[in-house]
Design a protein around this ligand. Structure first.
Ligand code: NAD
Ligand code: IPM
Ligand code: MN
Length: 372
């Protein structure tokens, strides 16, 4: 599903590389293309029909570019397509590796590839993303108004009618099951990958109900993993530590909202949004793979966007569908091309185009694949 903006350009390169690896490794990939995104929405009014969701559920994985377009109101495509997919398939893990690859520059002084190598597990279905909220205007929505009037009176002694003519509110929810499955996944990942430290990132010092609950669950689950070291960081402090001491982190687990924010920072320390990949996982169901960046409208159609994030998401896709060797091969090809620093897009300091970099990685895949 290419989507909007630079989505189609980067997905084309992702598909090019996955096709190359399937050929050299002797397995078949069948693609089904879905048109959903801004153009389709503007032409038909349709976002993502239930029938398409049902059909997608029969596939092994979804490979997705990005959605979001300045011609559409904020959030319509993001909620109606991207979040709809994550929720429909209950992709409760958003796995976002933060890995500095050799040949890519980090803005962090004196840090190298061995210092920037950790995995962020972002809870992907709840927290502030549940979409429950509203706007209350004087004289409208009596039911909501009554509730809020009572809450405001108790909490602040304020009378909504006179002090707050209009308010907006959005709820955040952490459920026991939702937090447990994300935190347990992070511990298991730490255990399985030998990265035996898990850092919980939250704001339990202020949002005590929700994130206090998250910590309680973290403390309970850690008892099942006695060899894994643990640590708590508040989200404000973690933005400092990601910059100052990224080498401290092995596996980070965090609720949805902070996970969104800190993984763009994570992307920057590994060389930018152009190289940062992500996987929306339902380990028991349909998963979706995408770069963590968006549709970058300013680069649309310019053949300038970096396809590496999408190609690395393709490697995560292969790993998840059981083509482990192919996944490793793609990663190896990306690493080699970047290390040579000959074919690079402008964000990495080069002058090559999206397709030139995609082609170089695809060629490298075929080359090293022959003796892999
Ligand atoms: P963005 O990630 O699209 O782009 C921010 C900036 O990062 C770009 O202007 C560019 O300088 C750089 N960048 C991003 N991808 C790059 C690439 N592949 N190569 C080189 N540079 C790259 O974020 P934004 O500008 O905040 O959002 C644009 C639109 O995308 C919005 O509509 C937003 O809602 C949407 N969005 C979608 C997704 C998604 O579909 N997964 C994710 C994030 C944002
Ligand atoms: C991301 C994006 C999405 C999110 C938006 C576009 C809904 O920022 O994948 O990080 O907030 O999760
Ligand atoms: Mn984001």
């Amino acid at each position: 599903m290419p989507g909007d903006g630079i989505g189609p350009e980067v997905i084309a390169e992702g598909i090019r590389v996955l096709d190359a690896v399937s050929e050299v490794m002797n397995f078949e990939l069948n693609w089904v293309k879905y048109p959903f995104g801004a153009d389709h929405y503007l032409a038909t009014g349709e976002l993502l029909p239930e029938s398409a969701l049902q059909e997608m559920g029969k596939h092994k994985a979804i490979f997705m570019g990005a959605v979001g377009d300045p011609r559409c109101p904020e959030g319509v495509l993001e909620k109606g397509i991207l979040l709809a997919l994550r929720f429909y398939f209950d992709e409760y893990i958003n796995l976002r590796p933060v890995q500095l690859l050799e040949g890519v520059a980090t803005p962090l002084k004196d840090k190298t590839a061995k210092d920037i190598d950790f995995l962020v597990v972002r809870e992907n279905t709840e927290d502030m993303y549940i979409g429950i909220g509203g706007r209350v205007k004087k004289g409208k929505s009596r039911q909501n108004l009554e509730l809020l009037r009572t809450l405001y009176k108790i909490k602040f002694g304020l009378d909504i009618d006179s002090d707050h003519e209009e308010i907006a509110y959005q709820l955040m929810v952490i459920s026991k099951g939702g937090a447990e499955r994300a935190i347990r996944y992070a511990f298991q990942l730490a255990y399985d990958t030998g990265r035996k430290k898990v850092t919980s990132v939250d704001k339990a010092n202020v949002l005590t109900y929700t994130y206090g609950f998250w910590r309680e669950i973290f403390n309970k689950i850690k008892q099942d993993f006695p060899d894994v070291q643990t640590e708590f960081n508040y989200v404000d402090a973690v933005t400092m530590w990601f910059v100052k001491n990224p080498e401290w982190f092995k596996v980070v687990v965090t609720p949805n909202m902070f996970g969104d924010i800190i993984t763009d920072l994570g992307a920057m320390i590994q060389g930018g949004l152009g190289v940062a990949a992500g996987a929306n996982l339902n380990p028991e169901g349909t998963s979706m793979f995408e770069p963590i960046h968006g549709s970058a409208p300013k680069y649309k159609g310019l053949d300038k966007a970096n396809p590496v994030a999408t190609i690395m998401a393709g490697s995560l896709l292969l790993d998840t569908i059981g083509e482990k060797k192919a996944a490793t091969l793609v990663e190896k090809a990306v690493r080699e091309v970047l290390k040579q620093r000959k074919v690079l897009t402008p964000d990495l300091g080069g002058t090559s185009t999206t397709s030139q970099l995609g082609q170089a990685i695809s060629k490298k895949t075929t080359e090293i694949g022959a003796s892999f």
